[in-house]
Design a protein around this ligand. Sequence first.
Ligand SMILES: Nc1ncnc2c1ncn2[C@@H]1O[C@H](COP(=O)(O)OP(=O)(O)OP(=O)(O)O)[C@@H](O)[C@H]1O
Ligand SMILES: [Mg+2]
Length: 278
Amino acid sequence: MKTLVLANQKGGVGKSAVATLLAHYLAQQGRRVLAVDLDHQGNLTRPLQRSQRPVMAGVSSERLLTGAVASMPDAPFVLVPSDRSLLSLERQPTLHTPFARHLRAFLGAMAQRFDVCIVDTNPNPDIRVIAALASADFVLSPIQLNQESLEGVNGLLNHDRVGVRKIKAVLNPKLHLIGLLPTLVEATPFQRANFVQIAERFHPLLIPLAGPGKQYASIPRRSAVAEAQASGEVLWEMKKSAARDAWKDIEPAVATLAQAVGPVAAREPMEGHHVTAA
Ligand SMILES: Nc1ncnc2c1ncn2[C@@H]1O[C@H](COP(=O)(O)OP(=O)(O)OP(=O)(O)O)[C@@H](O)[C@H]1O
Ligand SMILES: [Mg+2]
C-alpha cells in the first residue's frame, strides 16, 4: 500500500476536493482504496459518505492515532471518517509520539489489504499532520495562485513542525513530495501571470502532466467540483454538461496523480478479488 497525504497549512486550497476526486478515481481504476479523513471538518468524509461508494470503517480516524485499531471491513473501498474528537489530540502533547507510532502501525497492518491510502488533513500544522507525514510515502500540496499562497510555499517545505524537508530529515526519509498542485485556477490575466511566476520559481516542484506536451498538472475552478463536494456525486458521473466539461479539464491532472502513486496492479486471484482485463 502506498500512502498519499494531502497537506497544506493554508486553508481552503482544495485539499479535500482533490482527495475526494482521487479516492473515487483510484477506486474506479480497480485499486483497493483506504480513505482516511484526519480533518474534523469532515470535508472528505461527507462527500464520500454521501456517494455511498466506500464502506464505513466503523471507527473514526482519531482511533487510528490513539491506538488499538487492527482491522478494517473487508471491502475494496473503505472510509475512516473524521469526528470532533480529533481536536483533542493536539492537547495531549505527552502522547504525540505514541499517536504517530499508532498511526504508523495501523498503516503497516493495512499494507496488504489496500493498494492506496489517501489521507486528507486539516490546515493547522498539528500532530495529525505530523503523524500522517511521518508515515506517508507521498505528500501532495494543493496551492492557490495568489500572492499569499505563493509566499506560503516556503512554509510548506521548511515549516518547523510540518515542513516536508523537516519531516524528511527528522522523521521519514522515504517521504516523497509529488509536488505542488495549483487549484481553483481561473483563466484571469492575474492568475495566468501568477502561474508563470510560480512556474519560473518552483518548476521543479510542479507536476508534469503524463502524456505529450510540457504542461503542469493543475485543477481549474469549476462550480461542478463544489457541487460534487456538496452532494457527494462523482464528478464524472454527473449529468450536467458543465460537469462533463469540468471533468474533461480535470481528468489529465487526476490521472497523472493516480499514476504517481504507482501502477495499477493486477492482483492474485487467490486473494478472492476479480482480476479484470485492462
Ligand atoms: N476546483 C474547484 N472548483 C470550484 N470549487 C472548488 C474546487 N476545489 C475546491 N472547491 C471548493 O472550495 C472550497 C474549499 O475547498 P476544499 O474544502 O477542498 O479546501 P481545503 O484545502 O480542503 O480546505 P481546508 O483547509 O479547510 O481543509 C470548498 O467549498 C470546495 O467545494
Ligand atoms: Mg479540507
